[in-house]
Write a protein that binds this ligand. Structure first.
Ligand code: AMP
Length: 274
């Protein structure tokens, strides 16, 4: 595996690699990230994984400086996973002096995470566009877990006519259903014990909707169940899977999105509804 940290290093190695499949990450890699690498490898392309903790997507009160960084262990995992290129730019490479350009996606970026974390998706779209410009991947792989992020990236690619195919990889979970996340490491034992209720509630809600339950009362019951388990829900919603518009009745493709906090730790999850 080649490790590149500067644009000149990147240009030097790109000549030696074939077409690339990109897996953008913020590091602190877990098996969910490695699943993206494995699926990307299945494309037959050379896999490039980027590790960049993007300051632009963190709000002023968020955990940018506290975000877990574990570069040595990440590189060992990427090498073992068969990654061809690890791209580890620094902030000055991603945001050159005088930087004055950002990408604002409307539509799917506006509700939910976009409403709770102003400018978050502006940071995500901007950094992903920059990574696409640097790596020029044929395909790029994103996790289903961050469904809204996936739709924001898809929208941007379509609107900016970017020549990259966006692929989605299903959420990897702990045996008890908790979605793997870099933030799970912050859970206390008691919070870790409560955390699977998020996915359990989501799957029970989906089963109720599949059984013909009316969405509004079923969602209210799900919110109450989360509160009983100690969560502070930020949202629990039935949405159009692409536009992320809230909907009042299931009409495929639709999705359930949930975000809830256990003390300060925000957990997200999502499932499709047919
Ligand atoms: P992050 O490093 O948190 O920005 O995530 C990098 C990529 O990994 C994103 O596309 C995420 O959606 C994806 N990802 C994170 N957690 C999981 C998971 N549990 N299963 C599959 N993909 C994931």
């Amino acid at each position: 595996m080649i490790v590149a940290r500067t644009l000149s290093e990147l240009r030097g190695v790109q000549a030696r690699l074939g077409s690339l499949a990109l897996v953008p990450t913020m590091g602190a890699l877990h098996d969910g990230h490695l699943a993206l690498v494995a699926v990307a490898k299945g494309s037959g392309l050379d896999v490039a994984t980027s590790i960049f903790v993007n300051p632009m997507q963190f709000g002023p009160s968020e955990d940018f400086s506290r975000y877990p960084r574990n570069e040595d262990a990440d590189l060992v995992k990427l090498e073992a996973a068969g990654c061809a290129l690890a791209w580890l730019p620094d902030v000055a490479t991603m945001y050159p002096p005088g930087d004055a350009t950002a990408i604002s996606v409307y539509g799917p970026a506006e509700n939910f995470e976009g409403a709770i974390r102003p400018n978050h998706f502006r940071g995500v779209a901007t950094v992903v566009a920059k990574l696409f410009g640097q790596i020029r991947p044929e395909r790029a792989y994103f996790g289903e877990k961050d469904w809204q992020q996936l739709q924001v990236v898809r929208r941007m690619v379509e609107d900016l006519l970017l020549p990259v195919r966006i692929e989605v990889v299903e959420t990897r979970r702990e045996p008890d259903g908790l979605a793997l996340s870099s933030r799970n490491r912050y859970l206390s034992p008691a919070q870790r014990a409560a955390a699977p209720v998020l996915y359990q509630t989501l799957t029970a809600l989906r089963a109720a909707l599949h059984g013909g339950a009316a969405p509004r009362p079923a969602i209210n019951a799900a919110i109450a169940r989360l509160e009983e388990a100690g969560f502070v829900p930020d949202y629990c919603a039935l949405v159009d899977a692409e536009s992320l518009e809230p909907i009042e009745a299931v009409r495929p493709p639709s999705r359930l999105l949930v975000a809830a906090r256990l003390d300060g730790i925000r957990l997200l999850d999502t499932v499709g509804v047919n």
